[in-house]
Design a protein around this ligand. Structure first.
Ligand code: TYD
Ligand code: MG
Length: 451
């Protein structure tokens, strides 16, 4: 093994032979840190190092283990794949340790062995959290240790079903001389745990802190080394947290689970639509409910618009929170051009309630209805939800998964659904008794019908 000193950007991992004030890779300032680069041979070695004929490979009988938190299984694509390495990133205080201790608790109660390693907290501190979460022992082993080689030696001894490393930034390998949390350490730790997980079929979790900017400090550079990357997000002043997959070698990445932090840990919210709509104001102009798809399931979300005369006549504001800015600007242009409204003298604010994000064009029709409702100062009728993509001519285009969207809205008591005419046909043979489908081909038609 040979070693030389290099400078590595802690934000993107770019290497440089000399120190630079600004990283040539990502343009960040003061992110280069001197590290000793060791060249280790054979980075990844799976248990089989001989080629095997495809037909000789044994099929995995039950490759996933389910956790008791069904929402968590969903985000993972149906449970934890045995021997997979999952990275969970999130800001400090968001609930990463809580979530993984809850999961560990459930396995331990079922007499599955779990090794929870903490480099951040003492065993007593973990126990304190455990008491709130109702941990009852079973086969839950705790270890307060930061040296990776010692951790893995203990893991070899116990041979747990599940291994948790809290957090990757506090653990270091004695093979490297750089300090814990640096890119080379974080990578070395991930690499060794990855090999341990594959060799022994131990499902492993790495907890990683992310910085404000949203990059997994160090862990960002790990994304390619792990099987699954989960992101735990939420705002400090809100009780709910959103868990979603950024990468998943064994499932879709669009699933999301919503949790609420309660006195006894994280509680999954099983009906997110109701949760996000519960504070919706009644009969308020500018508020509209759209039926969107998040992952494999529909979700009803409120979009709020506010149009108010501007103080900056030459440059009125166009602010969006949770919506694509450019798409929204396009829709505003369509409203001006095709419906004949002028709002050159107005500021326009659009917000997705609950701090969620909507990426799909199926929210277009909702945005248009919300803005027009605000301009007319007339509320969208209570009990009405909408979805549909809007094109540049103002035409309303059909979208996927219309039935799921309609059913979700109907199940929450929305009796009238405004949707693309093109989606209505296939829905006619469905049993949607009590739900009125209003198909529209153009936004003008929708506006005339509603207001
Ligand atoms: P924690 O899991 O320690 O966050 P992270 O590991 O991501 O840094 O917990 C975060 C917060 O949750 C902490 O401020 C205390 C709070 N909390 C509860 O409200 N209820 C609980 O049952 C627990 C365990 C924590
Ligand atoms: Mg923690």
């Amino acid at each position: 093994m040979k070693s030389k000193s290099v400078f590595i950007c802690q934000s993107c991992g770019t290497h440089s032979p000399k120190w630079l004030g600004r990283c040539p890779g990502c343009g960040e300032w003061n992110t280069l840190v001197e590290e000793v680069e060791e060249t280790v041979g054979a980075e990844y070695s799976f248990p089989s190092s001989e080629p095997v004929l495809y037909q000789d490979i044994k099929e995995f009988k039950n490759p996933r283990i389910k956790v008791k938190i069904e929402e968590f299984n969903k985000v993972l694509g149906g449970g934890i794949v045995i021997g997979s390495l999952v990275l969970i990133g999130g800001e400090p205080g968001i609930g990463k340790s809580t979530l993984l201790l809850q999961i560990s608790r459930d396995f331990a109660i079922d007499q599955e062995k779990v090794l929870y390693v903490s480099g951040e907290e003492s065993l007593e501190q973990i126990k304190l959290r455990g008491e709130r979460l109702g941990v009852r022992g079973g086969q839950l082993f705790l270890l307060a240790e930061t040296n990776l080689e010692r951790i893995l030696a203990q893991a070899e001894k116990i041979m747990p079903q599940v291994l948790v490393l809290d957090s990757i930034q506090t653990v270091f390998s004695s093979k490297l001389s750089s300090s814990p949390g640096t890119i080379s350490q974080v990578r070395e730790v991930a690499n060794q745990v990855f090999r341990f997980a594959k060799r022994n079929q131990v499902s492993s979790f790495l907890i990683g802190h992310i910085t404000k900017e949203g990059s997994l400090a160090g862990p960002k550079s790990l994304e390619h080394m792990v099987d699954v990357v989960l992101l735990f997000e939420g705002e400090r002043d809100r009780s709910h947290r959103v868990l979603r997959a950024l990468k998943n070698r064994f499932g879709p990445v669009s699933e999301l689970a919503i949790f609420e932090m309660a006195a006894s840990g994280l509680q999954a919210i099983s009906n997110p639509s109701a949760f996000f709509l519960k504070e919706r104001p009644a009969n308020e102009p500018g508020s509209v409910v759209v039926s969107t798809i998040k992952g494999s399931r529909p979700l009803l979300i409120e979009i709020q618009s506010l149009v108010s005369s501007t103080l900056f006549a030459s440059n009125p504001r166009r602010m969006t929170v949770g919506l694509d800015h450019f798409r929204t600007a396009m829709l505003l242009a369509v409203i001006e051009k095709k419906l004949g409204y002028g709002f050159g003298g107005d500021d326009i604010y659009l917000n997705v309630a609950g701090g969620l994000e909507i990426e799909e064009p199926a929210a277009d029709l909702g945005i248009v209805l919300g803005v027009v409702s605000c301009l007319k100062n007339r509320p969208v009728p209570a009990g009405m939800a909408a979805f549909g993509e809007v094109g540049l001519s103002g035409e309303v285009r059909s979208v996927g998964q219309a039935l799921a969207r309609v059913k979700e809205a109907a199940s929450l008591g929305f009796g009238t659904i405004v949707l693309p005419q093109g989606n209505v046909g296939p829905l006619e043979k469905e049993d949607l008794a009590g739900t009125k489908l209003v198909g529209v081909q153009h936004i003008r038609q929708a506006i005339d019908l509603i207001f």
